[in-house]
Structures are given as structure tokens and as C-alpha cells.
Design a protein around this ligand. Structure first.
Ligand code: G3P
Length: 220
């Protein structure tokens, strides 16, 4: 299982990378808004210099021809860029065209197994089911991940599954058990995954005992 960071903030991406476990980045227009930087192209190029792995950049054009044109442009920003395309009817057509040109596509906003199957058939390199947003409407986001993994395995689809809209470390745990290829997580969830109160309490106790040992044997 791989971990991507779901962020367009370069400082966060750099810090997450310093943990040595980030192998890719996903961005979207909402994350660009949060980053406070409207120059998407230079932002994505900078991210590609920081992370040596796939970096998803989302198209924002409307209409098939314009979407295809923008997808081709985005794909040229950097060899590691993956073009993120929404799972709309138009998005499927655009994906089919770009995939035939060997452009890597991440089909995003996936909420059903049938959408995920169509993404694989259209030639998408990645599919992004949104776990948290399904939970938000009282559906089981992790169950969708399990279903996609099972059916992709059954038919030998090579499209890689990125569990997205991950809200907390329990999502990461459950998606791992479902055998997902990748989880893309906000920086806050990375931090959650690292921490446990018993780790912190245990480390505090070790350090206190070390101090006592030093004092008792006159090492200070
Ligand atoms: O990768 C998709 C993600 O950015 C959406 O997350 O929390 O807005 O549903 P969320």
C-alpha cells in the first residue's frame, strides 16, 4: 500500500515528504483554493520537484474538446503529472481519448462500482473512489473500496485504486484491510496515523527513567 498526500500546499507536502513515506500527490480545485496560490501550473511543477512520483492535476475546462486540449497541456507540465478527470459522461470520453495517447489519467469523483469498472475499461491509470463523502450520505465508503478491489482482481484490471476523501486514521486502517493500492490523505491524517497516546506516554517514561539512571550512577 502506498501513501499520497492530498494537498496543494507546498509547505505541507514538503513536511509530509520528510517522513519518507509519501510516494505521490493528489490535488484538486478545492485544494488549490485552500493553498492561496492560483498559479496551478507553477504549483504543480514545484510539487513535481519535491515528490518523485505521480502528481495528479485536475482539468477545469468544460466541453469535450476543451477538456481534451487542457488534458494534453497538463500532461506536458512534467513527466510525473497524471491528468485528473471527473467521472462524468464527458469525462469518460475524454479519458478514452487521452489514454489512447498514453497520457496517464486519474478518474476522480468515483462513487460506485460501475463507475470504477467503466474507468478501467476507458483506460484510466488510476481511479479515485471518495470514501468520506459516501460515509457523509450514510453509505459505506470502505465497502466500495472492497468491492472495487475484488472486481478489479476478478477481471485483472490494471487501473490502480486510490482511496480518496480519507478523513481519519480509521479510514486508512480499513482501506488497508480492503487491499487498496494507494490512500491519499490530508496532512492532518498523516499526523493521526503516526500518533498514539501510549507511544507518547511510553516515550516520556523512558526519558524520565533515563534521567534517573544518569543521576543515580553519577553520570551527570
Ligand atoms: O482526494 C479527494 C479529496 O480531496 C476530497 O476530500 O474531504 O473534501 O471529501 P473531502
Amino acid at each position: 500500500m502506498e501513501f499520497y498526500i492530498d494537498s496543494a500546499k507546498i509547505s505541507e507536502i514538503k513536511e509530509a515528504c520528510s517522513y519518507g513515506i509519501v510516494s505521490g500527490v493528489t490535488t484538486n480545485p478545492s485544494l488549490v483554493l485552500l493553498s492561496g496560490n492560483a498559479d496551478y501550473e507553477s504549483m504543480v511543477k514545484e510539487i513535481c520537484e519535491v515528490v518523485n512520483g505521480p502528481v495528479s492535476a485536475e482539468i477545469t475546462a468544460e466541453g469535450i474538446d476543451k477538456m481534451i486540449e487542457q488534458g494534453r497541456k497538463i500532461a506536458k507540465w512534467h513527466p510525473n503529472v497524471v491528468v485528473k478527470i471527473p467521472m462524468t459522461e464527458e469525462g469518460f470520453k475524454v479519458t478514452a481519448v487521452l489514454a489512447k495517447e498514453n497520457i496517464k489519467v486519474n478518474m476522480t469523483l468515483c462513487f460506485t462500482l460501475s463507475q470504477a469498472i467503466l474507468a478501467a475499461r476507458a483506460g484510466a491509470a488510476y481511479v479515485s473512489p471518495f470514501v468520506g463523502r459516501l460515509d457523509d450520505i450514510n453509505q459505506d465508503g470502505v465497502a466500495l473500496i472492497s468491492d472495487i478491489m475484488e472486481v478489479y482482481e476478478l477481471y485483472g484490471y490494471e487501473t490502480r485504486v486510490i482511496a480518496a476523501s480519507i478523513r481519519h486514521s480509521q479510514h486508512v486502517y480499513l482501506c488497508a484491510k480492503a487491499g487498496v493500492d494507494i490512500a491519499t490523505m490530508p496532512f492532518s491524517v498523516f499526523k493521526q496515523c503516526f500518533t498514539h497516546p501510549l507511544t507518547d506516554a511510553g516515550q516520556k517514561r523512558f526519558m524520565e527513567d533515563w534521567q534517573k539512571t544518569q543521576e543515580q550512577f553519577g553520570m551527570k
